[in-house]
Ligand binder design. Structure first.
Ligand code: PLP
Length: 287
């Protein structure tokens, strides 16, 4: 059975799923997106992702394309039609289609909505988590509103490609003060020499990761100390452990930074525990 994609009210064979050349997402990156992890055919951490979607749209004055209930139905129906149980659901909402002009189109122009679903091999993901991954660092060069989840991801794409060419999985952006902001598609964490979990604070120019927030809560509940405080790559190399979080990576240990080992160079127990706890919570929250 072929892949099915939702585009503006229709479920289409993936190869026929197209958007207009004057979609503002295509021309101006004037669009936002969300990604849900899918466990057993259900959307994980639904509230966090729906709330962030609403916020991203609100910050850009793009109308919510439909009610949350209707959107949930569209997402779930796309999942159902693809018969995918373990994977990722991608939603993109653009400001719609209009003759090219930088300023907004006429009020009432309907937002354009696209939903795709992709499969994740959970066994392969677990094997990768058991081994850990490498990251590389790169100067922060993104705009000042990384808190909005827009499709304007060119710096992220370039950073990710650089990581791939270096044999790494993620790139960490480092700001002009020398602190890690976040990854190209994940939030960055360490467990420092005092055993404190550290990640960049949500008021910095980062995406407020839904997984990040869940992990902050889970870690505190598990009795771990969490500080939303920046760290440098040198501190990360000297840390007990490092890891990244995101809907795609969940909690994924980082074992090298720019080719140098973090701590022992092996995944540590805290990241492994948080990964287990997060997956349990994601499954319990899924709708
Ligand atoms: N930071 C960036 C730049 C991202 O693109 C993502 C996810 O795509 C994240 C962080 C993690 O966010 P979440 O946990 O909501 O998936």
């Amino acid at each position: 059975m072929g892949k099915i994609t939702y585009v503006n009210g229709r479920f289409l064979p993936h190869g026929q799923a197209v958007v207009h050349i004057e979609d503002r997402g295509y021309q101006f990156a004037d669009a936002v997106y969300e990604v849900w992890a899918l466990f057993d055919g259900k959307l994980a951490d639904p509230d966090g992702h729906f709330e962030r979607l609403k916020r991203s749209l609100g910050e850009l004055s793009i109308d919510m394309p439909m009610s949350r209930a209707a959107l949930t139905m569209v997402l779930k129906e796309t999942v159902r039609r693809n018969r995918i149980h373990e994977g990722l659901v991608y939603l993109q909402v653009s400001r719609g289609v209009a003759t090219r002009d930088h300023a907004f189109p006429t009020p009432g122009t309907p937002p354009a909505v696209v939903v795709t679903v992709s499969r994740v091999d959970r066994a392969a993901a677990e094997a990768r988590a058991a081994k850990g991954v490498g990251v590389v660092t790169t100067p922060e060069n993104r705009w000042g509103r990384c808190d909005i989840k827009t499709v304007g991801l060119l710096p992220n794409a370039l950073a990710k490609q650089m990581a791939r060419e270096a044999g790494a999985v993620e790139a960490w952006f480092v700001d002009e003060l020398g602190f890690v902001t976040e990854g190209a598609s994940s939030n960055a964490w360490i467990i420092d020499g005092d055993g404190v979990l550290r990640t960049r604070d949500a008021n910095a120019n980062i995406l407020r990761g839904v997984t990040r927030l869940s992990v902050v809560e889970l870690a505190r509940k598990a009795g771990l100390k969490v500080e939303e405080r920046p760290f440098t790559p040198a501190e990360a190399l000297a840390a007990q452990e490092a890891f990244i979080t995101g809907a795609g990576t969940l909690v994924l240990p980082v074992v090298t930074i720019d080719g140098k080992p973090v701590g022992s160079g092996k995944p540590g127990p805290v990241a492994a525990r948080l990964r287990r706890l997060y997956i349990e919570r994601a499954k319990a929250s899924a709708i």
